[in-house]
Design a protein around this ligand. Structure first.
Ligand code: MLT
Length: 271
């Protein structure tokens, strides 16, 4: 996967396949490697772009606070540098927060919006305090502790040992400073409920039926505001894309098939 210099940061990204562009934004505390099954499946007929947020995966260095606005600015700059004029943007959980921040700053970029296992509302005061404590504890206790805390929340009761191993490995490839930055950034995110009412592009909501972090009821409410449908991934928890990769990718592919043909070529300009 290549790197690109954006401001004081080296961003790690992937850009594979040809066709209508889909930009996949990852969850916390993972990195873009969580999209590997969807990259493989969707890149047969689409151009698929992923990136690691500052401080996670191989994007360096970690800021003190990785706000959703900062990450969205990185995403917008990356897409511009890759010559992407329109894309379907799909975010899972924290990726959904980044997708909404990206919509807020660059709505013209969106051919479609996919919000998976996420929510638009802000944290409660207790939720924000818990994130700041988690950030401190992550730095003290390290990534094994982070994985122990998060895996029971991220995966549903049906997740097999292979998925559990994979998620632990993805988390273990991150560092505590990046995890802390992301938690502080999520704590500072604004209420995006009002923004949902202003979304003008086609949208889709996806949720695992066993997601307890952002349960199906939240997705139903988001979809009602967006006036769209919810695709439920049966038996899957919060990381629905890893628990049922084919069904998840199929939902995105069906959604994209229903969108208009892009107005311009989505290939990058010659360097
Ligand atoms: C995620 O999966 O990205 C996180 O659960 C999001 C969050 O902590 O709100």
């Amino acid at each position: 996967m290549p790197n690109i210099r954006i401001g004081d940061t080296q961003l790690h990204y992937e850009d594979v396949g040809r066709g209508p562009a889909i930009f996949l934004l990852h969850a916390f505390p993972l990195h873009s490697g969580m999209w590997q099954p969807q990259v493989e499946l969707l890149s047969r007929e689409h151009r698929v772009i992923t990136m690691d947020y500052r401080g996670l995966g191989e994007s360096r260095p970690a800021p003190e606070v990785a706000t959703m606005e900062l990450l969205a600015a990185d995403a917008a700059e990356l897409l511009a540098r890759l010559g992407v004029v329109h894309a379907t943007v799909a975010g899972l959980s924290m990726g959904g927060y980044v997708a909404l921040a990206l919509y807020r700053r660059s709505p013209q970029l969106f051919r479609g919006l996919v919000l998976a296992d996420t929510k638009a509302g802000p944290d409660t005061a207790e939720g924000r305090d818990a994130r700041h404590k988690f950030a401190q504890d992550a730095v003290v206790n390290g990534m094994g502790w982070v994985a122990d805390q998060m895996i029971p929340k991220l995966l549903g009761p049906n997740a097999g040992p292979e998925v559990v191993r994979r998620v632990r490995a993805l988390i273990g490839e991150n560092g505590p400073a990046g995890v802390a930055a992301a938690q502080r950034g999520m704590a500072a995110r604004p209420d995006s409920e009002p923004l949902l009412k202003c979304v003008r592009c086609p949208s889709l909501v996806i949720v695992g039926s066993e997601d307890t972090l952002t349960p199906p009821a939240l997705s139903e409410a988001m979809a009602a505001t967006l006036q769209t449908r919810v695709a439920v991934i049966p038996g899957a928890g919060h990381l629905a894309n890893l628990e049922n990769p084919k069904l998840f990718a199929g939902e995105i592919a069906c959604f994209m098939a229903g969108l208009e043909t892009p107005r311009r070529s989505q290939r990058p300009p010659p360097q």
